[in-house]
Write a protein that binds this ligand. Structure first.
Ligand SMILES: Cc1cc2nc3c(=O)[nH]c(=O)nc-3n(C[C@H](O)[C@H](O)[C@H](O)COP(=O)(O)OP(=O)(O)OC[C@H]3O[C@@H](n4cnc5c(N)ncnc54)[C@H](O)[C@@H]3O)c2cc1C
Length: 299
C-alpha cells in the first residue's frame, strides 16, 4: 500500500478512503472516471491535518460538494477528492451557522422551522453550503452571497474568517475562484418571518423547479452573458433543442441544460457544449462562458 494511502486511512479511518473511485457516483451529471483517492472527512480537525499534509507534499486535492456543478473527466482525477461529512447547523437570533458539508436544502428547511426568512428562493438547489458559497449559487434574483455575512476558511493550513466584502461575491462568482481556500462553514443573516408564509414561498419555488429537466445534469451549463440574453431561449431559437451526441443532449425542457440520457460520457457532454458554444457565437457574436467546473484531465 502506498504511503499516502496509508496516511489517508490513518487520519480519515480505513472505511472512509476509497481508491480509484468512479466520479460518476459523486456528480449529478453521473459521468467521470476514477479519482485516485476519494476521502470522506468527518470533522474539521481531521480536515485541517489532511490539507496541511497534502499541501506539504504538494499532492493535488479537490473539495467536492454534491458535485452538482462539476463535469468530471472520463480520465478521472489523479489526486485526492475530499468530501466533507460534517454538517452542523445552528441558530443564534437571526443568524444561522452551517458547516460547509451541510446541504443547502437542510439549511433552507432549518430556517423555515426556526421562523427565519430570506432563503426560501434556494429551495431545491442541489448544493452543499461550501459549493453554494464557492459558486455564489442563486435563483429568482437572489444569491447566497447576499445573506452570507462571514465564512470560516482554511488557507494554507491556517483558519481565517472572511467578511462578506472579502468574499467578492458577484454573479456566480466568489473570491475562492481566484484565491483557493477550503470553506469550513458560513454565517447567514436572515430575518424573523412567519413559518407558514416561508413554507408557502418554498412551495412556489419547488413547483417551478419541478418543471426543470429531471435527467442527470449540472443545471445551467452556461452563465447568462447579460440580463437581456436568455441562454436557453437563444439556444432553442437556433434549433439546438434535443441536439445529441452519444448520451448527452440539449434538454428540450430547458435548452441551457445538457442532460445525460443514460450512458453519456464526459466527452459526449463536452461535444454538445462546444457545439452549442460555437453555434451561439456564430449567430450572435456572444461567446458563452461555461458555469460548470471542470475536474480532472482534459485535452
Ligand atoms: C438540477 C440542478 C439545478 C440547479 N439549479 C441551480 C440554480 O438554480 N442556481 C444555481 O446557482 N445553481 C444551480 N445548479 C448548480 C449547482 O446546484 C450549484 O452550482 C451549487 O452551488 C453546487 O454546489 P455543490 O455543493 O454541488 O458544489 P460542487 O458542484 O461539488 O462544487 C462546485 C465548486 O465548489 C467548490 N467547493 C465545494 N465545496 C467547497 C468547500 N467546502 N470549499 C471550497 N470549495 C468548495 C468545488 O471545488 C467546485 O469548484 C443546479 C444544478 C442542478 C443539477
Amino acid at each position: 500500500m502506498e504511503l499516502l494511502e496509508n496516511y489517508l486511512r490513518h487520519i480519515c479511518g480505513t472505511e472512509k478512503v476509497k481508491v480509484n473511485e468512479p466520479l460518476a457516483r459523486w456528480t449529478t451529471f453521473r459521468v467521470g472516471g476514477p479519482a485516485r483517492y476519494l476521502v470522506l472527512v468527518e470533522d474539521k480537525a481531521v480536515l485541517v491535518r489532511l490539507i496541511k499534509a497534502l499541501e506539504y507534499v504538494e499532492y493535488p486535492y479537490f473539495v467536492l460538494g454534491l458535485g452538482a456543478n462539476v463535469l468530471a473527466s472520463d480520465a478521472g482525477y489523479d489526486g485526492v477528492v475530499i468530501k466533507l461529512n460534517f454538517n452542523k447547523i445552528e441558530q443564534n437570533d437571526v443568524f444561522i451557522y452551517a458547516d460547509a458539508g451541510a446541504k443547502l436544502g437542510a439549511v433552507v428547511n432549518y430556517a423555515r422551522d426556526h421562523g427565519l426568512a430570506g432563503l426560501a428562493w434556494a429551495a431545491g438547489i442541489p448544493a452543499t453550503v461550501g459549493g453554494g458559497i464557492y459558486m455564489n449559487c442563486g435563483a429568482y434574483d437572489h444569491c447566497l452571497g447576499e445573506i452570507t455575512v462571514m465564512v470560516d476558511v482554511l488557507v494554507h493550513g491556517e483558519i481565517k474568517t472572511l467578511t462578506q466584502q472579502q468574499m467578492e461575491f458577484g454573479y456566480r462568482h466568489s473570491v475562492f475562484m481566484e484565491q483557493p481556500a477550503v470553506i469550513l462553514g458560513a454565517y447567514f443573516r436572515l430575518e424573523h418571518g412567519d413559518k407558514t408564509e416561508i413554507e408557502n414561498q418554498m412551495q412556489v419555488v419547488i413547483a417551478k423547479r419541478r418543471r426543470q429537466p429531471h435527467a442527470p445534469s449540472a443545471g445551467s451549463v452556461f452563465k447568462c452573458p447579460r440580463t437581456d440574453f436568455y441562454v436557453g431561449k437563444v439556444v432553442e431559437s437556433l434549433g439546438l433543442s434535443g441536439y445529441t451526441v452519444g448520451g448527452a443532449m440539449v434538454s428540450p425542457q430547458h435548452c441551457n441544460f445538457i442532460v445525460n440520457t443514460g450512458n453519456a460520457t464526459c466527452e459526449d457532454i463536452l461535444q454538445v457544449l462546444y457545439h452549442v458554444q460555437d453555434t451561439v457565437e456564430k449567430h450572435t457574436g456572444v461567446l458563452l462562458e461555461p458555469e460548470i467546473i471542470f475536474l480532472g484531465k482534459f485535452e
